[in-house]
Write a protein that binds this ligand. Structure first.
Ligand SMILES: [Zn+2]
Length: 295
């Protein structure tokens, strides 16, 4: 189903039973299974939206042990939150979510972080291949007028974009050659064609098994044939706009989580099932305690 806000509301409205049924379909495809013993001999306890395992007598619901668990928030508000986070091009802040869903700031904040957590790639995906654009940038950091603190306070972030493929980004401790090469070795297959700008740290990529091409931005060279970093610069500008437009400021502590959220949305930008796939992630990601978030 290609979801927009209208058909989301038409389909689920504020009906928690409909939301629950959909989650049950996503989780079990009609064959309910006991999460404890794996038995498929299950009875439904109608009134409590619970199931009872005939084999081990364990009682459970579709949200047991998932990120939805222990939440007092109705499922239909979860659905709206997932929709807003997955489908808003520039993301949505906890403050905006608070207003849209008419919940407390704390609830909205918790909701954002839990959904963001579910968007994280759990298993490392295969290494990138084909043609990969690599670039680093600085994000966040506030200019402090009194102390005249400048951009050096910003968080360096490194991104890799496989053309016609996936984008990934992470925070890095510095932009030295050792750091950048480390990430490239870890995430990009040898022999791959890598496109960067003229940063000296990228210069010796040829020596460690890559085909390296660079454009010289300082000489106002942006494109030479198919050598350019336009794809990744587009990703950066979207990410930065989402920070300015929605989050205003991101603490370094949570930066990787925001990057994960952005990756999920960016890589899913042409996926008509992004809403459904995000719900699937929520059903399959381990639950998360409030303590974990504020630690
Ligand atoms: Zn059982």
């Amino acid at each position: 189903m290609d979801v927009n806000l209208i058909n989301l509301i038409e389909k689920y409205g504020s009906d928690d039973n409909k939301c629950r049924e959909y989650l049950e379909t996503l989780k079990w495809m009609g064959a309910v299974k006991c999460p404890r013993c794996g038995s498929e001999k299950i009875s439904r306890i109608k009134k409590r939206s619970q199931f009872d395992c005939d084999a081990c007598r364990y009682q459970f619901s579709v949200t047991a042990g998932t990120i939805f668990h222990d939440s007092h928030l109705p499922l239909w508000k979860w659905f709206l939150a997932v929709y807003l986070m997955a489908e808003s091009k520039k993301g949505i802040s906890a403050n905006q979510l608070k207003r849209s869903l008419n919940v407390s700031y704390k609830t909205a904040w918790y909701l954002c972080h839990r959904i963001r957590k579910a968007m994280q790639e759990v298993v490392p995906s295969p290494k990138l291949t084909g043609i990969v654009e690599v670039d680093e940038t600085y994000v966040g950091g506030k200019y402090d007028k009194r102390r005249k603190r400048g951009p050096w306070q910003k968080q360096p972030v490194m991104g890799l974009l496989q053309r016609e493929g996936k984008f990934e980004a992470r925070t890095i401790c510095n932009t030295e050659k050792k750091t950048l090469h480390g990430v490239i070795n870890e995430r990009i297959n040898k022999g791959v064609e890598i496109m960067t700008d003229e940063l000296p740290a990228y210069k010796s990529l040829d020596k460690i098994g890559y085909n390296h091409d660079a454009v010289c931005h300082s000489k106002k060279e942006w494109v030479r044939g198919d050598i350019h970093t336009n794809g990744i610069e587009n990703a950066w500008s979207l990410f930065k706009r989402s920070i300015v437009g929605s989050y205003h400021q991101i603490s370094t502590k949570h930066m990787d989580a925001y990057l994960d959220e952005f990756e999920w949305r960016f890589n899913g930008r042409e996926n008509p099932y992004l809403f459904r796939d995000t719900l699937m992630r929520l059903l399959n990601a381990p639950k998360m305690e409030f303590k974990e978030l504020i630690a």
